[in-house]
Ligand binder design. Structure first.
Ligand code: SAM
Length: 249
């Protein structure tokens, strides 16, 4: 990774970028101007969250926005080759905050909150907006260029259509490790997996019906080690082991 990729970036939606010119406004402008004290003539990094990562030259600082020109464009900076979708049984909001932040730092492309039989909490649309905001700050901090998608709550049945294949689910008791499964899937395909989905249970775990359903649909069971992990620890461990198995850590 180029050392520039470690620099914090600013988020500017694609709609504010036209013909090599972009407008940094709102909270991003306040951060740039008031906190970082950037001036006309300085260069900063910008991402549109759609895979573009720009080095820009600040042309002008106005009262509420900065006008900048693009000096260099790079694609997919900080992104993994394999897109990881993480489906998580609903857990308490604060724990999910942590999971979204760390998962974004690791490169997760899509988070899917799932209502499962043993979930003890619900989720409102406001929480989804909050997680989108958290994902945006983590994206800027870690130097990625694709803003992860955060889906609305879905059901276990809906996962069959929603999740990119292959799908792995973490459930203690099995023998296969993430490395075993990813290797054997890679061999079968004869090429790098472009997509993979991971499912993690809520604090109460999966019900027997859910496990039977996953098996029926050909989802692959994996274990994450000898100890029972909290859901969010399991999720982050699962993503890390998957990236490692793919050679993308
Ligand atoms: N009482 C639950 C059970 O025994 O299934 C514990 C659930 S655990 C707190 C929450 C979720 O994390 C599980 O549903 C599973 O997806 C994942 N998990 C935690 N530790 C794991 C391990 N060692 N191997 C596989 N999955 C694990």
């Amino acid at each position: 990774m180029n050392s520039k990729n470690h620099l914090e970036s600013y988020f500017v939606p694609a709609g504010q970028i036209k013909n090599g010119l972009l407008i940094i406004g709102g909270g991003e402008f306040r951060h740039l101007h008031k906190v970082k004290r950037k001036k006309a003539g300085d260069q900063v990094q910008v991402t549109d969250g759609e895979g573009n990562f720009y080095t820009v030259h600040i042309e002008e600082i106005k009262a509420t926005q900065a006008i900048a020109t693009i000096v260099k464009t790079r694609r997919l900076v900080g992104e993994t080759l394999t897109a990881i979708t993480l489906a998580q049984g609903l857990i308490r909001s604060r724990r999910m905050d942590w999971l979204v932040e760390k998962g974004t730092e690791l490169g997760v492309r899509q988070f899917v909150p799932v209502q499962m039989d043993y979930c003890r909490v619900g989720v409102s649309d406001l929480k989804i907006i909050r997680w989108q905001r958290l994902a945006q700050s983590a994206l800027k901090q870690c130097g990625r260029s694709i803003l992860p998608q955060i889906d609305k709550k879905t059901s276990v049945e809906d996962l069959v259509n929603r999740l990119p294949k292959p799908v792995l689910f973490a459930h203690s008791g099995g023998k296969a490790s993430v490395l075993d499964v990813i290797r054997s899937l890679g061999k079968k395909k004869g090429t790098l997996l472009r997509k993979v989905s991971l499912i993690v249970g809520p604090e109460g775990g999966f019900s027997e019906d859910e496990v039977a359903f996953f098996r029926e649909w050909g989802f692959h069971q994996v274990q994450l080690g000898a100890r029972r992990l909290r859901s969010e620890t399991a999720a982050i461990t699962f993503v890390t082991l998957t990236l490692n198995a793919l050679g993308e850590m």
